[in-house]
Design a binder for this molecule. Sequence first.
Ligand SMILES: [Zn+2]
Length: 799
Amino acid sequence: MTEMTRYKRTDFEEEGSETGSVASVNLSVQDGITFQNPGRTYQTYSCPVFGRGFVTPLEKFLCAIVFGLCSLIMVMVVLMALKDHGHLRVFPDQIDDVERSEFHGGIGPVKSKVCMTEECVTISAEILARMNTSIDPCQDFYQYACGGWLEKNPLPPGKAMWGTFFQVQDKNQLILKYALDTPLEEMKSEAERKAKLYFQSCVDADGKRETIGGAPLIAILDELGGWNVTSDSFNAAGWDFQKTIRLIHNKYYLGGLFRWAVGIDDKNSSKFVIELEQGGLTLPNRDYYLNKSIEGDSTLSALLSYMTEVGVLLGGKRDNVRYQMIEVIKFEQRLAEITMPEDQRRDMEKIYQKMPLRVLKKHAPFVDWVKYFNSAFGLVKQNVDLDTQVVAYDLDYLKKLNGILSGMLSKAERLDKGIVLSNYLMWQVASAMTRVLSQDFRQARKVLAKALLGETESEERWRECVGDTDGTMGFATGAMFVRRAFDESAREKAENMIERIRYAFEKSLKEQNWMDSRTMQAAVEKASAITYMIGYPAFITDPLELDKKYADVNISADDYFQNNIVLGQHALKENLKLLNKPVNKTMWSMTPAQDNAYYASAMNQMVIPAGILQPPFYSPAIPHLPLNYGGIGVVIGHELVHGFDDQGREYDKNGNLHQWWETDAIENFKGKAACFETQYDNYGLNGRQTLGENLADNGGLHAAYRALEHWLREHPEEEHAGQLPGLPLSPRQLFFLGFGQVWCSTATAEADKLTRLNDAHSVSEYRVRGPLSNSKEFASAFRCREGHGMNPKAKCSIW
Ligand SMILES: [Zn+2]
């Protein structure tokens, strides 16, 4: 239950299975709270006027014409520039020997028909605009593919990160905005109407939220026993830790100290189980706390400013708030010390520990576990007892937490340290709520946002609200999205690609010489058993079924705060209901409008949402085929290979965690994986933390390339068909170019640091450099000299 929960609390978290996605688009600084959703603006992809929300049919028409003309002019400029040369340059690192006119592996002039359809012209113009053709692809492919884009794309206002991926997300948000702006009476279901009301409450056009200020939060803090920081009424002697933690976690579905959810049991994937794991830091990574002093560290002092400001807004006296908040940060530093670093949490076999509550009680008696869990399961009329099984991911954390808390909770220390603990828990509640309160609270967050993500202006409110609506009512928004933006023919095409990529991957598996035949056979069976879901879950197109999903949710158009409480409680109940149900393998862990994808180990399943089945990942136009393989094909390959990365390989074809490989094969795998670890360490990244994603990137690229090769062998006529205007590249070269351009991106130094610290994915640039440096096929397609630049002699490979 890790990856999804780490990023955002949504109603899609209910599966709680181990998932690996193709990209982490959200940067959040706290559980349940999307602090900043980078990648929301309306540059370049569609006509700018579309983004401003005042579009008449005439404007649309004019815009389309202007856009078309712009594309044509761009292409004509390129064509003229190329006229004298007839081909792209050959660079010193490229082998410029024979058969330059041959398509295969050549970059010279090509004897093929140039496709001049509007679609080809547009695609070509977009690709060329991103490139810097003066760069030698063998020397620096990232600059070759993305240099033009990098030059033309400074970070837009409000963004900490920006890139091709985010542009797709921006476009999807625009589609959702228009959908959510549709009049209530035109909505197709009650669920969609609720989503619209929620969106309205977030946008808050009449400013109701501003008049309420912190009142709704103060009411909750009072219910929880009050906050010593802001109120004189806090009674330390009468404070009830057990009750407070139950209410925070199991009534309001907020965080603090640790976290839990119902998820698929890693060792028995047909059943759900209660899963517990570490958690409870305000900042996104333990490294922000360790060996740092509050005065001497800019992030910790920003955190203190944020905390102080919130305390003052809620009625506290500045000096007093500040003094008490320093103690809270020191307490979080102690939590950071016992928090296991992400790179040590990858081996699920090692950190999985299943036990009945009576055993957990022995190890970590700081919580009355039966009472605690029953306060949650009572909501869905179930109950647990001392024999109920739970899985602790890293029991050691809970043991150490118990050590810290037992002192604080003992009577002698209670009045002093107990107040710190209570202050910490109340802070967890307050901090989670600031973003749904009035502008002054949201403003207070910005100090911390700046420290974590760099100087960014606020992005448009509607974008935040679209993101929120999709995050909390994503099946309803998904229904709206697919009606407007999903071409059903994409499903069949994607299925066909999945089958071809799976076939290519299985073929590679059979060619491995480092695996014994039994392990290999089992691995092939696992690859064959991977199921997939494409586009969206079927039920969302049936208004009755969709309405059932949100039947118990009451949304008001003018109470954003309460709506969030209601949706949090709804998400909690949906998750709790799973406990005694059989695992349903058609559950979705991502919203249909997301431009992302994932693989779930416990289900041995990949999911490709509608949101990513569009350019530059996918286009139905035939000349786009090599680009489709480089785009969505690599995404598919990536998700498939997650089943065989350092974590995924521990799960068998039925999604069960156990040792199903021979010991020698495991040792050989580890040796090969170590090569990748060193390679990415040498890029200045955390090679261990990013290992799974790097293996998926490398293996996915390889599998997708081989699938394209098979396709070209079946369709030799396509080698020379439909060349893109101004782009004398072979289909193989286009494949790599398409792949590289998915990752054109830029970020503030702070956001870059956050990605490196926290993300399981490598930073974008190295998601291109890493896999291509290991790819013989790339070197051959661009005729790169061995031992130079992008074609080092030493290559890492597994799949
Ligand atoms: Zn991934």
